[in-house]
Design a protein around this ligand. Structure first.
Ligand SMILES: NC(=O)c1ccc[n+]([C@@H]2O[C@H](COP(=O)([O-])OP(=O)(O)OC[C@H]3O[C@@H](n4cnc5c(N)ncnc54)[C@H](OP(=O)(O)O)[C@@H]3O)[C@@H](O)[C@H]2O)c1
Length: 267
């Protein structure tokens, strides 16, 4: 009930994980600002889904790698909602914008990863916090294995940018603690209906089979709804004492490692 009537902005909610988060919050009665970069039709489709759940919202556009765009997006949200209770920083550029090996990657691709993750979050939180009353919720969507161990080689720029994003989460958690605003990161496992579905079918099939075989102990890919459920949990009144954390939403996949063959790791 606490979520009913709250106001959320979710970057990158035109599709993928962001859309799953938007729809879940709408089911809880939250009004949602659906953000997109280029795909306005997809954003409008998300808004339609939100309305089907009896909630409402609006569509906002920004290139999150550009601070002025981010500021204008928040100004639009303030005009429409009058304030904000939940900010989810989820947007991520498409792979060609940053996906290159350490010895090949160009500086503009490196900058795109950092500008769209650490800097977008940094600018976004400083715009979001003044709009929040006591007890707001700020959530960054990360990929902790890349930040921590360099998983998904050779994605050096995004792994490093996610590490910087997670670090920023901890600093802002302390900075905003006295206002009762929690700041956390969620780390999804490999997720269906997301960027994965833009990869060649063979890659999708191999990835699905890999996780079903046991590399995700719960035996399937993560879904956008799984991440939406976790956002709803962290946004609840009961989550008021959880801050500065990076929490996996992955059916246990981050518990598995390559030290032993899978066959002898299964329970
Ligand atoms: N997919 C996974 O398996 C997985 C796993 C772990 C973590 N994550 C994280 O989860 C988040 C969402 O991933 P996803 O795979 O669901 O994404 P996705 O389906 O590829 O969607 C990306 C979203 O970001 C928006 N976007 C792209 N470039 C942008 C820019 N320059 N400025 C603002 N918005 C931009 C897109 O808007 P348009 O539709 O307008 O282009 C879209 O809404 C990311 O932070 C990602 O790192 C994903």
């Amino acid at each position: 009930m606490w979520l009913k009537g709250r106001r959320a902005l979710i970057t990158g909610s035109s599709r993928g994980i962001g859309r799953g988060i938007a729809v879940k919050l709408a089911q809880e009665g939250v009004r949602v600002a659906v953000h997109y970069h280029k795909n306005e039709a997809a954003a409008k489709d998300t808004l339609e889904r939100i309305r089907k759940h009896g909630a409402d919202g609006l569509v906002v556009r920004a290139d999150v790698s550009r601070p002025d765009d981010v500021r204008q997006m928040f100004a639009g949200v303030k005009r429409e909602f009058g304030g904000l209770d939940i900010f989810v920083s989820n947007a991520r550029p498409d792979l060609p914008a940053f996906y290159q090996a350490p010895m090949d990657i160009t500086l503009d691709k490196w900058d795109m990863a950092f500008d769209s993750q650490a800097k977008a979050f940094f600018v976004g939180v400083r715009e979001a916090a003044p709009l929040m009353g006591q007890g707001g919720r700020i959530i960054a969507i990360t990929y902790a294995p890349s930040a921590r161990t360099g998983s998904w080689q050779p994605w050096i720029a995004m792994g490093s940018a996610k590490a910087a994003l997670e670090s920023a989460v901890r600093y802002f958690a302390v900075a905003l603690a006295r206002r009762g605003i929690t700041v956390n990161a969620l780390s999804p496992g490999l997720t269906d209906d997301s960027v994965l579905n833009t990869l060649p079918k063979e890659v999708q099939d191999l990835s699905r089979a890999w996780h079903e075989s046991g590399w995700t102990p719960m035996g399937r890919l993560t879904s956008p709804e799984d991440v939406g459920n976790a956002v709803a949990l962290l946004s609840s009144e009961q989550a008021a004492w959880i801050t500065g954390q990076v929490i996996a939403v992955d059916g246990g996949s981050s518990l598995m490692d390559t030290v032993f063959p899978l066959d002898i790791q299964r329970g």
